[in-house]
Design a protein around this ligand. Structure first.
Ligand SMILES: [Zn+2]
Length: 449
């Protein structure tokens, strides 16, 4: 894809006139991007999703995995199901770590997508923090429009709405209806450059565009960034939150590797990506969401003073050969972690312990399937009442998901916390409600709490 000059609103910056190095980056946009949308299947990622470089280096293989939201009702006759190779690749040219396969979004984001961000306290607190930080830094006015891509149940935007700003959510799944019912206007479609133009026509340009936990998921990221640029005002700011590669490596969060997550950003790889579109990262910081994420602020080059946070985060990241060595160590640690957790589970089962799982986030699917856990090992997985996952089986298995109350009447000897990244929030609640068995966190080290 080579981008030519395009029509912009009066006063917008034509960044094609910038320095020759930036110009080069523009011309280097990949011509061949793995696009699975519309195939009903998957497409191998044969060259870097961001810079087009090939070949990529395979740095982790988790085997074949079912889509994490493919949850069959309990008791249904087993039928054939798709499983997809799950590999991580590293691009030596732009430092991007990425999935080796793009799966059609209709498979991995079914309309009944049962994830809601408002149910997790860490996320609610984080979005309140995002609003406080952004509104102070950008001095947002009441007429300023804030557009959230992948707005989910409207939790992020509700903060901006309560702050008196105009808000608009874009959410293709059913979850958007929850946002609507909370008074957050929401467009039930995928974000594309065409939709961006439509939004701008109807609502005017946006002072802020946010993308929390979805900027790493959308397959044609260059089209998305172009859409965002078109939608933003001249001084507009794009704020993204993504799971952070360095935190993923440090805390051995291989369980966050699944097909929704096409890219695993370091700050460097994000800087490289955004720079290709004339966007400059001017502030970045780690946040606790999803076990370790980064919030990154970007604006048209030169529009915002670049904070020290950018250089200091970049300096702490390994690059090139150092990153390859880090990824090599990660692969070995993932393998050892699997064997250690299985050894712990074997000891428990040899003593006749009943084991259940606590909560069924997407990441639990990767853990369960990578370890090869089944209903003979894990009796059931608990979710809080009201979860749309209750009555269904864990992906790729016949392990039933049941309402949490069963844990307290049953009192199994052991419970593995699959949403271990929020174990500190969960464990005291489980104790307070009366669970007396062992609580185990599987990662980064399998251990009893
Ligand atoms: Zn690349």
């Amino acid at each position: 894809m080579v981008l030519g000059p395009r029509g912009r609103a009066a006063g917008s910056v034509n960044w094609l006139h910038e320095s020759s190095s930036d110009k080069e980056m523009v011309l280097l946009l990949p011509e061949k991007i793995a696009r699975a949308a519309g195939t009903g299947a998957s497409v191998p990622v044969e060259c870097c999703q961001v810079c087009g470089h090939a070949p990529l280096t395979n740095v982790l293989s988790l085997g074949y995995m079912p889509p994490v939201n493919q949850m069959v009702p309990v008791g249904e006759v087993p039928r054939q199901q798709p499983w997809f190779p799950t590999n991580l690749f590293y691009c030596a040219k732009c430092d991007l770590v990425q999935l080796g396969l793009a799966v059609d979004p209709v498979i991995i984001f079914p309309p009944e997508y049962p994830y809601t961000s408002g149910t997790t306290k860490v996320l609610r607190d984080n979005f309140a923090d995002l609003y406080a930080e952004a509104s102070a830094m950008l001095q947002l006015g009441p007429l300023d429009l804030v557009v959230d891509i992948g707005s989910n149940d409207g939790t992020l935007l509700s903060n901006f709405k309560n702050g008196g700003h105009r808000v608009l959510g874009i959410e293709p799944t059913e979850v958007g209806k929850i946002a609507e019912s909370r008074g957050i206007p929401t467009i039930g479609r995928y974000f594309t450059p065409a939709l961006a133009a439509e939004v701008k026509r109807e609502h005017g340009p946006a002072r802020v565009v946010t993308a929390a936990n979805c900027f790493a998921h959308i397959e044609d990221v260059h089209a998305i960034v172009e859409g965002i640029l078109d939608l933003l005002t001249f001084d507009g700011v794009f704020i993204s939150e993504s799971h952070y590669l360095i935190g993923l490596l440090d805390r051995l969060q291989y369980d966050t590797v699944y097909h929704e997550h096409l890219r695993y950003y370091s700050l460097q790889s994000l800087v490289n990506l955004l720079r290709m579109h004339g966007l400059e990262v001017f502030h970045a910081r780690p946040i606790p969401s999803h076990g370790g994420s980064i919030r990154v602020y970007a604006a048209r080059k030169g529009m915002q003073p670049v904070r020290d946070s950018v250089a200091s985060m970049l300096a702490a990241e390994p690059r090139g050969e150092a990153m390859l060595a880090r990824l090599e160590a990660f692969r070995n640690d993932v393998m050892l972690s699997k064997l250690r957790l299985l050894a712990m589970i074997r000891d428990l089962k040899e003593h006749g312990a009943r084991i259940c799982g606590i909560s069924a986030p997407s990441r639990a699917s990767t853990l369960v399937n990578y370890l090869g856990l089944d209903e003979a090992i894990i009796d059931y997985v608990c979710e809080i009442a009201g979860s749309l996952k209750i009555g269904k089986c864990m992906p790729g298995t016949s392990i039933p998901v049941v309402e949490e109350s069963r844990l307290f009447t049953d009192q199994p000897e052991c419970a593995i916390i699959f949403s271990w990244h929020i174990a500190d929030e969960l464990a005291p609640k489980l104790r307070a409600k009366g669970y007396r068995g062992k609580l185990i966190t599987p990662l980064p080290e399998p251990r009893e709490l």
